[in-house]
Design a protein around this ligand. Structure first.
Ligand SMILES: [Zn+2]
Length: 254
């Protein structure tokens, strides 16, 4: 199943976000959101953008739009700002609370950007932010450095593609960890043959007798198995029925 992720380039249109000299946060946010989106799309993610051009949306509109897509994640791109230029630098990721997969993903993103040279300011809880509070899916807001820090701007400009790759990899890596735990099934094996013909013969016999049998090719053997059960007890019941019908059996897991 492909994941669907909403990418939100923060601010836009009449709302420039933070401004530093002639640099506007909304433009940086859009460049990074599009660059991350391209990589995610190349990796099979269904990417939806709140905006791909310089248009204005309220945070409420962004959240409502995200909810309407039914996406699995919402990721908002921003850049930080401090009262005085050059006062702070570094990356942080904001979440509604430090729970669940979004927190894991946020930690992974901060760590990945730290490796590129950004100071790691960490993951912070910001339950008051509309795009974190009003979105129904796990939501993150990435502050990729301070827009009024020359150090962060230099990193942002020189390493934009690497930054996008790092963020995308952190997202994809978090999703991989999440899906790796597939359920364990118990199956009842009635035979393992070198020849496909022999396996087919047993398969036909089993299906004739109403057993849900199938063939699995593994290590050059054609294994004839019956059923796939999450509960061991159900596999034991099937094993008994098969033994009553004259088959020799073994329960396997996969
Ligand atoms: Zn912002």
């Amino acid at each position: 199943m492909a994941y669907k992720i909403v990418l939100d380039a923060g601010h836009g249109g009449e709302d420039p976000g933070a401004v530093y000299i002639d640099r506007k946060e909304k433009d940086d946010n859009l460049s990074l959101a599009l660059a991350v989106g391209k990589i995610l799309e190349d990796n099979g993610i269904d990417v939806v953008y709140t905006r791909t051009t310089d248009i204005y949306q309220t945070p409420f509109e962004k959240a409502r739009f995200a909810n309407e897509t039914g996406a699995d994640f919402f990721i908002s791109f921003h850049r930080n700002s401090s009262p005085e230029s050059g006062q702070y630098n570094g990356v942080e990721v904001l979440v509604y609370d430090k729970k669940g997969i979004k927190y894991q993903m946020a930690e992974n993103i901060v760590g990945a950007l730290g490796e590129l040279g950004f100071k790691e300011l960490g993951v912070k809880e910001r339950p008051g932010l509309v795009v974190l509070r009003r979105t129904k899916m796990p939501a993150l807001l990435i502050e990729t450095g301070f827009i009024n820090s020359d150090k962060d701007n230099q990193l942002f400009d020189e390493k934009l593609q690497e930054i996008a790759k790092s963020i995308a990899d952190a997202i994809l890596g978090t999703l991989d960890e999440e899906t790796v735990e597939s359920p364990l099934y118990y199956r009842v094996q009635t035979g393992a043959f070198r020849s496909r013909e022999n396996a087919d013969r047993m398969l036909y016999q089993l299906t004739d007798q109403g057993f849900p049998a199938f063939i699995l090719k593994e290590n050059n053997l054609y294994k004839v198995q019956v059923g796939a059960y999450l509960q061991l007890g159900n596999a034991v019941n099937m094993e008994q029925r098969l033994r009553d019908a004259g088959y020799s059996t073994v329960i396997v897991t996969r």
